[in-house]
Write a protein that binds this ligand. Structure first.
Ligand code: AMP
Length: 559
């Protein structure tokens, strides 16, 4: 065989440090604005961000962190967290963003499984860190993302981020890393069992940032000011912290206050043109705008995903406020971008109702992702918008295997099974119809149905229980317990709900209990959740009767 004729172009690795290096060099004066935990608004540029990211890299190297080691973060969307996105992978270590809304035990599991060497944390999480530190003996140090003056009073010995990086000069050359080396780590609890880690590579992160920027995706440019409402601990804020510097877009980071008023005021003050977030946050923003009778002056479009975007929300944004909604679907295992609903030229000529029907779906893939739906025998199903099956995906930013789970690949014939059930129509638009994975997604956060079932059956009066997702106007889904009592036993709904108190986080408490005579099972004795979900499709949760009874709080919670 003759050797292939190789192309004669530069072999430049795709690294995440090249994104900030590009922004600093070519969009050096463009602003990054952050609402800080300390209460004020912080403002600096891509040039400043690169310098401080380099100082962070130097500081971590001085602490003895080696390439490949993991550095955890427990932080809101802010400039110091952003510096970790570049400073940590920039020298070859791995930036591991952790969801602070999980229970402390789950977080400790994740930190220990990831073998995090240091954890950077916002001072709001000081009490959480005090709980975690004794459970994470292998963490070499906890670094508070603040200066010496704001260090919180804690049991755990902590370092000040500002003090650490001030000791460095920022005179550092980003190394040319192997683009296949790991850059970021995100855990998902959207599957059964313990949370699992998706380990992204520099190459996959840069390709994803390109893909996310495309006009049929987020459509980012240097004329945009983008405010990611989606937290930087949720699949890297859907890649926005990497796509923004790639385009030289202004970046506005909202900190911890995600209520409608705080968001609206920041968007107006900073001339925000686009955003991205889960439906629950947008509900809060829309409610505030109606109540305060205010309008957007610069906001043009937003990506809504993480859970299905209700058609009424799409209409409200487009018809009442002239904001384009781009409904999107993806997952942690996909970095996360999979599909987005934008119309091509021909589709945009169709009658308005036909256009809307397409835009309400989860959309079509961007280049970089391929998808198919398969039946129970693994056979590919037709794209007729009617046949539904398991949704499988593949591509250069889709997971190949989970972190530190060497035995067993999740792939089926080279495709990743998403755990979602979908149709694909002749236009190539995918629509999620159900979920085969056994979890509930409330306000963008996962709740384990199995954990809630285990608690129910631990009650002496309960013979069997199923926990299913039930539609909720505010949180999209909330847990409903369907239980069978032991013969002769009596139990009220209230008593079973009270049984959960103190056993799970408050936002995991089921919203309702229904008692039935028996639960549907398959021939092999497995619970038929799909049947149950169908049966309770129209069940109205008592918490859903009036949206005003669902106070604003942490997304995914009713605290
Ligand atoms: P995560 O890994 O936390 O990002 O969750 C990914 C999962 O969230 C997907 O597999 C879906 O089950 C669900 N999801 C994400 N986006 C959407 C959407 N637009 N519509 C319906 N479900 C969605």
């Amino acid at each position: 065989m003759t050797a292939p004729l190789l192309g004669q172009m530069m072999d430049v690795p795709l690294t995440v440090s090249s994104l900030i290096a590009h922004a600093a060099r070519h969009h050096g004066g463009t602003q990054i604005v952050s609402r800080r935990i300390e209460g004020d608004v912080h403002r600096y540029t891509y040039r400043d961000c690169e310098k401080r990211s380099k100082q962070l890299a130097q500081a971590l190297i001085a602490l003895g962190v080696a390439p490949g080691e993991r550095i955890g973060t427990l932080a809101w969307n802010g400039y110091r967290h952003l510096e970790a996105y570049f400073g940590v992978p920039g020298f070859g270590a791995v930036c591991h963003t952790i969801n602070p809304r999980l229970f402390p035990e789950q977080i400790a599991y994740i930190i220990n499984h990831a073998q995090d060497q240091y954890v950077l944390f916002d001072i709001t999480f000081a009490p959480l860190v005090d709980k975690l530190a004794p459970q994470c003996p292998d963490v070499r140090g906890w670094i508070a993302l603040t200066d010496e003056a704001h260090l919180p009073d804690m049991r755990t010995p902590v370092l000040s981020y500002e003090t650490l990086i001030e000791a460095e000069d920022g005179e550092y050359e980003w190394p040319l890393l192997d683009e296949r080396s790991a850059s970021n780590l995100c855990y998902t609890s959207g599957t059964t069992g313990n949370p699992k880690g998706a380990l992204y590579a520099h190459r996959s992160s840069v390709l994803h940032a390109y893909g996310a920027s495309l006009p049929d995706a987020m459509g980012l440019s240097s004329r945009d000011a983008i405010l990611p409402v989606v937290p930087m601990f949720h699949v890297n804020a859907w890649g926005v912290p990497y796509a923004a510097p790639l385009n030289g877009a202004k970046l506005v980071l909202p900190g911890k206050d995600l209520d409608g008023k705080s968001l609206y005021e920041l968007m107006e003050a900073e001339g925000v043109t686009c955003s991205a977030g889960v439906p629950t946050v947008w509900l809060g923003l829309l409610a505030y705008m109606r109540e305060a009778d205010v309008r957007f002056t610069t906001f043009k479009r937003t990506v809504i995903g993480g859970s299905a975007c209700p058609p009424a929300m799409l209409r409200a944004f487009e018809d009442e406020y002239g904001v384009q909604v781009i409904h999107a679907w993806g997952m942690t295992e996909m970095s996360p971008l999979g599909t987005l609903a934008t119309l091509n030229w021909e589709q945009s000529q169709r009658p308005l109702e036909a256009q809307r029907a397409l835009l309400e779906k989860q959309g079509r893939v961007v280049f970089g992702v391929d998808m198919k739906i398969v039946g129970s025998e693994g056979e590919e199903l037709p794209w007729d918008g009617v046949a539904f099956g398991d949704l499988h995906v593949r591509g250069p930013w889709v997971i190949d295997r989970y972190f530190r789970q060497e035995n067993g690949s999740p792939l089926v014939d080279g495709w990743f099974p998403t755990g979602d059930v979908a149709t694909i129509d002749p236009d190539g638009f995918m629509q999620i119809t159900d979920r085969s994975k056994d979890v509930i997604k409330s306000g963008g956060e996962w709740i384990s149905s199995i954990d809630l079932e285990n608690i129910a059956v631990a009650h002496p009066a309960v013979a069997e229980a199923a926990c299913i997702a039930c539609a909720h106007p505010r949180w999209t889904e909330r847990p409903l317990i369907v239980a069978v009592l032991k013969p002769g036993a009596t139990l009220t709904r209230e008593a079973l709900l009270a049984f959960y108190e103190g056993k799970v986080a408050k936002w995991w408490l089921p919203d309702d209990v229904v008692f039935v005579k028996e639960l549907p099972h398959t021939a092999t004795g497995k619970l038929q959740k799909l049947k149950l979900r169908e049966r309770f499709r129209d069940h109205v949760l008592p918490t859903a009767l009036a949206i005003e009874n669902c106070p604003l709080g942490e997304p995914g919670t009713d605290r």
